[in-house]
Design a binder for this molecule. Sequence first.
Ligand code: NDP
Length: 256
Amino acid sequence: MYLKLFDLSDRVAVITGGGRGIGLEIGRALGQAGARLVLADIDSATRDKAAAQLTAEGLEAVALPVDVTDTASVASLADSVMDRFGRVDILVNNAGVSRLNAALDISDEEWRWVMEVNSNAVFWCARAFGRHMLDAGKGAIVNLGSMSGLIINRPQFAAHYMASKAATHHITKALAVEWATRGVRVNAIAPGYIGTEMTMQLKTMPEVYDKNIDMTPMGRFGEPSEIAAAALFLASDASSYCTGSILSADGGYTAW
Ligand code: NDP
């Protein structure tokens, strides 16, 4: 009975930033559980390659364009999904960007861009897809927050990234409470350092990387699959009594 709770057969799952990294791996996990996947990404080459890869593995995946910072683009994605499938069951707000910069070196443009992709867009997408989920009386939204929304990373600086992820956690909780009695659950994952293109820069700075590892009790970066498993839990009926949760998956980083 319990394994059945993870079954996503026939459910439609939209994953923003699904072309690579954690988003692609979440697609693989949800697809293996039976979901029909929409990999939505700003980069056409990445999203097409990702959909082809998952299709070759026997999963059902289509690639669709989206710039999550553009509300018209998000609306058009939601329309395409509804036209094609007539339903949306799962939204994973995964698209994100990161820049390392000291506060005084962050330009207006860079601050706005990080906030726009990492937090405003979480709301734009949740609003566009949440509308259909509320109409259907069911749905699960999983947001990619970060341990950076719970603590301040050291020794690298990224005030915008940390602020944006804290906002994502609070958007998660606000929507969770607002929609709690209407069948739509909203949760977030707060990953620690995960080995993807986003964190490659850290590995090129030995003094930063060594400190990051030292501050992580498990003494290693995580794998995208270790976040995908958490996403599968939050997207499925296995987490039916979870809403407004911020699930840490960080090798123990925020435990001390
Ligand atoms: P990646 O940089 O590997 O992938 C992010 C994806 O999002 C890319 O395909 C990127 O496209 C896409 N994207 C960026 N901007 C937009 C946009 N405006 N519209 C649509 N898609 C966009 O990141 P990760 O896989 O590492 O991270 C995924 C999520 O997890 C992010 O929200 C991140 O903040 C979060 N996270 C990651 C951690 C880590 O250590 N890696 C730790 C904690 C949280 P393009 O190819 O054009 O850049």
